[in-house]
Ligand binder design. Structure first.
Ligand code: C2E
Ligand code: CA
Ligand code: CA
Ligand code: CA
Length: 275
């Protein structure tokens, strides 16, 4: 199971999938995946400068019979087009809230935060706030442990409504992170409008950070700006010690990436000795 995420990418490229079966067949299978219990959350550790795990990002996987473990980029675009992302997103929220509650039972894990990805279509549902609140209450999960990751596609439209929804959730204690920061077009303008707690520097800026002076400059600028705005920063996609060291030396103290831990099923978290 350990290498399943990596292998999934090798066995499932979009071209292959299109030739093997029609889009409709994929849609039908995905629709059934939900009630057949084929969806799973993997959790990728988030690590601080002392090497301690402070949280996890929940990442969706589809354990599709006869196809192995399918990565989200193979089915989330279709789920968004067809609206299936709504029941799927609801399932993700419920599962993440149940896990927050489960972590609360142990001294070792009770402080962990759970980051959950929210798609634009999901966020713009009229009852999104009520849905999140209902998930938290259904499982008795502490809202302070929940962090919602939004991308620019979520916040691009209807800024007033976005801010109002974010504020309603913040009033419950839920936090917000801007995912893939730096890859969009209006990154800077929404920063001052939105009640964010955290930015995640996109992995495309991290890849060559130790060797490419312009990537290094961009990341330094994001860190300086975040500091003055009082935003926490998580760098994602860290694969090498050189990248981690660069970030540390430039004031970034929260890390996520294969160097620090791959996304893994919850059973592997429970047996992990160094948590
Ligand atoms: P994301 O939110 O940017 O998530 C980070 C992605 O980077 C994950 O891919 C993760 O496995 C991968 N990653 C982590 N560390 C490294 C690293 O060191 N190097 C490299 N190259 N990659 C790394 P994954 O799990 O395939 O997810 C892809 C995308 O699918 C996510 O990107 C997110 O946009 C979306 N997604 C995943 N789960 C959900 C979900 O529950 N709901 C929604 N709406 N979207 C989801
Ligand atoms: Ca994310
Ligand atoms: Ca990201
Ligand atoms: Ca992404």
């Amino acid at each position: 199971a350990k290498d399943a995420g990596r292998n999934a990418a090798r066995f499932f490229n979009p071209a292959m999938q299109k030739t093997i079966e029609s889009r409709l067949a994929l849609e039908t299978a995905l629709r059934q995946a939900l009630f057949k219990g084929e969806l799973e959350l993997f959790y990728q550790p988030q690590i601080d400068q002392n090497g301690r795990c402070f949280g996890a990002e929940a990442l969706l996987r589809w354990r599709r019979p006869g196809h192995g473990l399918v990565a989200p980029l193979e089915f989330i675009p279709l789920a968004e087009e067809t609206g299936l992302i709504l029941p799927i997103g609801q399932w993700v929220m419920d599962t993440a809230c149940a896990q927050i509650k489960a972590w609360e039972a142990s001294e070792r894990t009770r402080f962990l935060r759970m980051a959950v990805n929210v798609s634009a279509r999901q966020f713009h549902q009229p009852d999104f706030v009520a849905q999140v609140q209902a998930s938290l209450e259904r499982y008795g999960a502490n809202p302070q442990r929940l962090k919602l990751e939004l991308t620019e596609s979520v916040v691009l439209e209807n800024a007033e409504q976005v801010v109002s929804r974010m504020n309603q959730l913040k009033a419950l204690g839920v936090g917000f992170s801007m995912d893939d920061f730096g890859t969009g077009y209006s990154s800077l303008s929404y920063l001052k409008r939105l009640p964010l707690d955290q930015l995640k520097i996109d992995k495309s800026f991290i890849r060559d950070i130790a060797t490419d002076p312009s990537d290094a400059a961009i990341v330094r600028a994001i860190l300086a700006m975040s500091q003055s705005l009082g935003l926490e920063v998580v760098a994602e996609g860290i694969e090498s010690e050189a990248q981690r060291r660069f970030l540390c030396e430039n004031g970034c103290h929260r890390f996520q990436g294969y160097l620090l831990g791959r996304p893994k099923p919850i059973e592997e978290w429970e047996t992990q000795p160094d948590l």
